[in-house]
Every structure is written in C-alpha cells, then in structure tokens.
Design a protein around this ligand. Structure first.
Ligand SMILES: Nc1ncnc2c1ncn2[C@@H]1O[C@H](COP(=O)(O)OP(=O)(O)OP(=O)(O)O)[C@@H](O)[C@H]1O
Ligand SMILES: [Mg+2]
Length: 474
C-alpha cells in the first residue's frame, strides 16, 4: 500500500499529538501545523492523502482552509474538528465541501472510521468498474446536472435530502450516490419509514437484546447495524413518527445506537440519505417534523425533476425500458410506432418515470406483433396543458417552480414550497379523472358532437365511443 500522510491543522499541541498517535497505528504519518498560513504553504509544497483541521485557528477559520482546498486541491479529502454539539459549523463545513467532521472530544472509533473513508476516497476506489450499476438515464441538460451532482455528492459524507415527485428516481439516485462513493462495497440499506409499525420502529432501527420483550429470542441488530460502514436510506422520511424522530436525532448526533434492552451504546458509521415527496420544510412549520432533525438530514438538498420538465428524454427512457422488458421476457423486442412515441411525448406523466415504465409494461404485454401502437399505450387522453389546469390536492398550485437542483439550506427552514406530487394513492382513478375531464371538455367545446370531439382529442370516433363507454359517460 502507498504511504499515507495526513496534514493536521490545530493550534493546540495536545490535540495534534493525540491525532498523530491515533493515526500512526493505521499506517498514516502526519505533518502537523498550527495555523492557516503554514497549512497553505505545506499544501503548495507537497501532496497529502487527507487533511484534518480545527475550526478556530490563530489566523482565521478552518472553514477558510476547507474553501481553499476545494478551490486548489479539489481531490484532497478534508475533515474539520468541531466542538461537540456545534451543529452549525459542522453543517457549514459539509456545505463548503468538507467530506466529514470529527466531533470533540475524539472517539477513537469515530476518528478511525473517518480516516478509513478518507483513504478510500483518496485511492479513488469508488465506483468499481465492471459491476452492473444501475444508470440514471437522460441526455437532457437537467439530467446531466443531476448526474454531475450525484458524482460530486458521492465523495462527501454529508447527509442529503432528496426530494421530487413520486416516480422521479429518488431511490435510484440514492443508490447511485452510494455506489459512486467510498462506501460502495458496504451495504446500502433502504428503509421505508412509512411501512414500519410505530411500536416496532425502535427495535427495527437499533436492534434489540435477547429477552428485552416477548418474542426477542436472541440478540438482533437493527437497520443501523445492517448499514454499518455503508449507507442508510430513509425513504418517505416525512412519515417518521415524532417520537422516533427524537431517537434518530440522538443516534445521528452520538454516532451510536442503543439496542432495545441494552445497557451500552454501539458505535455506528453510517451515511444517511433521505427522500420525501412531501414538503418537509412546511411540515416543520406545522410542527409535524422536528426542526433539529430536519436541519441534520437536510444539509444538502437535491431535487429530481419531474418527467414533464425533461420530455426530450422520453424516447431514450422508453427505449431502455423496452430493452429491459424484452431481455426479461427473453422474447421479441417491440418498437414504438412513431405515433405512439409522439403521444408519449405530450403526455404529462403525473407518475413520472415509474408511470412510463408501467405504461410500457402494459403495452408490451398487450401489443401483438413487433410494433407498439398508440392504442396499445392505453393512455388517458389529456390535453397538453391539462395537468396544470386541474386542481390537485396538496400542491401549492400553478406551474411547478423551477428550482436549482442544489440549494444551500439555512438554519431557518424556508417557506418556499417545492413542487410536490399530486398525492396519487389511486393512480388508475386519478388517470381516469384526467381522461374524463379532457373528454368532457372536448364534448362541451364541440356541443356534444362526438365526431368533432374525437377530432379535437386526436382519436378516432370509435376510440372515443369505446372510452365513453368505459368511463360510464355514454
Ligand atoms: N433517470 C432514470 N433512468 C432510468 N430509470 C429511471 C430513472 N429515474 C427513475 N428510473 C426508474 O423509475 C422507477 C422509479 O424510480 P424510483 O423508485 O427511484 O423513484 P422514486 O422517486 O423513489 O419513486 P417513489 O416516490 O414512488 O418511491 C425505477 O424503476 C427506476 O429504476
Ligand atoms: Mg421511492
């Protein structure tokens, strides 16, 4: 293994010595300096495997050094030392590009884990080649930005809150952040926070000791233990009950969990990613989600665009989905007829990419022959702009605002609502209502002349008659 060396920046001799002594057995030699000026000088003079810096230094702030390193040595991992409980500066350092922070007083295990991650980062072992990693498709600019952001965020250990309408690829993005980072060879553990019964939450997350409750026949590790060294993905994080939010916050702060019935805590080394289609900031204001936990989970925010923001990606996505379907079935590979593709491109996709998958899956099964026709898609007929004109529950109304993909978050939760998906519990029903509304409007506009209405809708008279019957409108 290559020799590893670290740059330690701290004005207290004791601390420098403590870090040196901790790193030495790990095969890391240290060069220690007392202030920013010396650190900058050394950085110019020689390469380092990683850097650990205190925040308060005689000639400035460690945050300046983080920024300096981001600018001049972007591939050098840097971690900051923070006073215990000083969340603000830890969060600020992460936002500036520090890959992690080390709380004082040092816990040996925490320091060691941090160093191990830094060294993996430095060796560039992330994203092992040859594995069949899923890909985030889409040639549009907005998806290219998402991919670039994923690559960038993968290096950091900062918690990320991913938001976006349902079916936009939040879980896929979380997996990619994990797989492109230094934890790639450790577990990625997704957990749907809305699916665990409240009374089981604590033992599911933290594990339990044998005999701690009826049925606990032996010790069992929880989700944190399962994700050790890797990533815990809190999906539907808005669904966490408040009581569990408190416990989770503690686990994050202490980097340790206490299994139900246990006397002592177990150290954990887990990166947290979370996702929601809800407006978490608004939930904080309504008192439904704890602000302190929100602040912790939302260090960096990432937004996945709705499919209607990048319809130019629909052909490629459709092609890839059909590829997969034909591979899975081992059979033919049907093409999309040009009209079918045209229809897909104008459909608003309230269920986003997942809905596109479902539509194509159904068409794949239904289509007889090699070509999927527009009829095989069984798309609800909607006018192009229907989506924004139909009132849907729980949205802020109007067009979805274009937001930057990454937005630095402040301690004060902003009230700016991000676009949330219409809550579609019953997709078929929702689609049917869209279809009905479009047909009714076309009929009204053509004074109930079905031939004219069909023409307006761009479908045949027969197709309209069939749909009227199906929807009970005839
Ligand atoms: N950019 C993309 N390229 C290829 N496939 C994608 C892309 N985005 C999403 N998908 C696919 O779409 C489906 C839905 O994605 P995913 O489950 O990640 O969405 P989600 O935002 O977590 O949805 P939900 O809110 O419903 O949980 C998955 O099968 C995923 O593989
Ligand atoms: Mg999901």
């Amino acid at each position: 293994m290559d020799a590893c060396n670290a740059l330690i920046v701290d004005d207290e001799a004791d601390i420098r010595e403590l870090i040196e002594m901790t790193l030495l057995p790990l095969g890391v030699s240290c060069l220690s300096v007392e202030n920013l000026g010396e650190a900058r000088l050394l950085l110019k003079r020689q390469p380092f495997s990683f850097c650990i810096t205190d925040l308060r230094l005689p000639d400035g702030s460690g945050l300046e050094l983080v920024a300096h390193i981001q600018k001049h040595h972007p591939s050098l991992p840097v971690a900051v030392i923070t006073a215990h409980g000083n969340v603000e500066s830890a969060v600020e350092a992460l936002k500036l590009g520090a890959f992690d922070f080390v709380p004082k007083p040092f816990e040996l295990a925490v320091l060691r884990n941090m160093v191990a991650t830094a060294l993996r980062l430095n060796r560039g072992s992330e994203g092992r080649p040859g594995d069949n990693r899923p890909v985030l498709l889409g040639k549009s600019g907005i998806m290219a930005e998402v991919r670039a952001l994923i690559a960038k965020l993968a290096r950091s250990q900062a918690p990320i809150l991913i938001h976006g309408e349902s079916g936009t690829g939040k879980e896929l993005a979380a997996r990619l952040i994990h797989l492109s980072g230094p934890r790639a060879d450790k577990p990625f553990v997704p957990v749907n926070c809305g699916a665990i019964p409240e009374h089981l939450m604590e033992s599911e997350f933290f594990g339990y000791k044998k005999g701690s409750f009826t049925g606990a026949a032996q010790d069992k590790g929880g989700l944190f233990q399962a994700a050790q060294g890797g990533t815990l993905f809190l999906d539907e994080v808005a669904e966490l009950p408040v009581q569990m939010q408190v416990k989770l916050l503690r686990a994050i702060q202490e980097r340790a969990v206490r299994p139900v019935g246990a006397q002592v805590e177990v150290a954990t080394d887990v990166r947290l990613l979370s996702a929601t289609h809800k407006n978490l900031a608004a939930l904080v204001q309504e008192g439904m989600f704890r602000q302190d936990l929100f602040y912790r989970l939302n260090v960096i925010q990432m937004r996945l665009p709705s499919l209607c923001e990048h319809p130019e990606d629909i052909p490629d996505l459709a092609e890839a989905i059909l590829d997969r379907l034909s591979q899975e079935s081992g059979g033919a590979h049907p093409r999309l007829a040009p009209t079918a593709l045209a229809v897909l491109r104008t459909y608003p996709f309230p269920g986003n990419i997942r809905e596109l998958e479902n539509i194509l899956e159904r068409a794949f099964t239904l289509c007889e022959g090699q070509v999927i026709q527009a009829e095989d898609l069984l798309l609800p007929v909607v006018e192009n702009r229907l989506r924004s004109s139909i009132p849907v529950p729980e949205t802020s109304g109007g067009e979805p605002a274009m937001e930057p993909l990454i937005s630095p978050t402040d301690s004060e939760p902003k009230t700016v609502p991000y676009p949330s998906a219409p809550v579609v519990n019953d997709l078929e029903g929702y689609l049917e209502s869209l279809e009905k509304a479009a047909i009714m409007r076309a009929l009204e506009a053509s004074r109930y002349n079905k031939t004219a209405a069909a023409e307006k809708l761009g479908i045949s008279f027969r197709a309209l008659r069939y749909r009227l019957k199906k929807l009970g409108l005839d």
